[in-house]
Design a protein around this ligand. Structure first.
Ligand SMILES: NC(=O)c1ccc[n+]([C@@H]2O[C@H](COP(=O)([O-])OP(=O)(O)OC[C@H]3O[C@@H](n4cnc5c(N)ncnc54)[C@H](OP(=O)(O)O)[C@@H]3O)[C@@H](O)[C@H]2O)c1
Length: 304
């Protein structure tokens, strides 16, 4: 039986799963494929470009998926500043592409699990830094400091109308692989100077398996896809020093100083993860998840 939107959901053992995944060459897409292999889930990567409707149709006809996962999109290289000078390319992939995929999936009655971003909010008067009041799923994006974030906010708004889409707001993704330059921890250990602001973050080792389960449960709508709570740059770097490299040092700078070395502003926020936690009560807080999935496995220091 195909676990399409017509099924009763539930993810029972009798369900047949075949995932069609976009983002084969990407970080999250690559991890997702590995995870499916480990879990014995049948999957294939999409060959089409997101904005090419005919190619997406071909992928669906070939793979006959039960679910579609989208980890494709433009993030910019070396970072999101790239999107400021490549606006049409950014629209093509992140807006036209994501909407085309969602629409084709809708016409085939397929659930689309979409790895989106939570970098569409910034702390404000109603959600002040340090208050513990996070943005909820129904809140309207308030961060438009980068073109990347603007396209992501636009598409999130439009995807709300698609009842076959599960939007996952990922933030500052982290894994236990500290050699990967995409890992938020690797990035901040290599920067000359870092700001020090508490943020919601996504521990992929813990949350990517949850996203697969969300697909199986046929969950839709918007989800803050971060571990509960916040952690600051300095707290992470202090853990790095404690567990991995006692000789490590770092320097802070202010947001104003940071603005001089980047093109587009970066979002800093807390997302309220209670909706996800209610669905997955065993999910760890951000600091506990960091210790379990990142720092314990990478521990080089034993005398504390
Ligand atoms: N990494 C982060 O910090 C972060 C944070 C929050 C949210 N996210 C979101 O999570 C998603 C995946 O992120 P990631 O870090 O894994 O990205 P990534 O490593 O940059 O990979 C992006 C993938 O998308 C594919 N792609 C780009 N444009 C495409 C198009 N028009 N059609 C088909 N495939 C296309 C790329 O393939 P080609 O090489 O063939 O173009 C690549 O496989 C993105 O939507 C991103 O916005 C990422």
């Amino acid at each position: 039986m195909v676990a399409s939107l017509n099924s009763n959901g539930g993810g029972g053992h009798s369900e047949y799963y075949k995932f069609l995944i976009y983002g084969r060459t990407g970080w999250i897409g690559g991890l997702l494929g590995k995870l499916c292999t480990e879990q014995g889930i049948d999957y294939e990567y999409g060959a089409g470009r997101l904005e090419n409707r005919a190619q997406i149709e071909e992928d669906i006809a070939r793979v006959k998926p039960s679910h579609v996962f989208n980890a494709a999109g433009v993030t910019g290289r070396p970072n999101v500043d790239w999107c400021e000078s490549h606006k049409v390319d950014t629209i093509r992939a992140n807006v036209v592409g994501t909407l085309t995929l969602a629409d084709v999936c809708k016409q085939h009655n397929l659930l689309l699990v979409n790895y989106a971003t939570g970098c569409i909010f910034e702390y404000d008067e109603d959600h002040p830094l340090g208050s513990g009041i996070g943005f909820k799923e129904e809140d309207t994006p308030n961060f438009f400091g980068s073109y990347y974030s603007r396209t992501k906010a636009m598409v999130e708004e439009l995807l709300k109308e698609f009842d076959n889409v599960c939007t996952l707001r990922v933030r500052m993704p982290i894994t236990g692989d500290l050699t990967n330059p995409r890992n938020f921890i690797t990035k901040i250990t290599r920067y000359e100077k870092v700001v020090n602001i508490p943020n919601s973050m996504t521990i992929l080792d813990e949350l990517l398996p949850i996203s697969i389960e969300m697909g199986k449960r046929n969950l839709r709508g918007i989800w803050n896809f971060t571990n509960p709570g916040v952690v600051s740059h300095n707290e992470i770097l202090d853990m790095y020093k404690k567990y991995v490299d006692p000789s490590f040092t770092y320097k802070n700078f202010t947001l104003e100083e940071q603005a001089k070395v980047i093109v587009a502003a970066r979002s800093n926020n807390e997302l309220d993860a209670s909706k996800l936690q209610n669905e997955f009560p065993h999910m760890l807080s951000i600091k506990d998840s960091l210790i379990k999935y990142v720092f314990e496995p990478n521990k080089k220091v034993t005398n504390f």
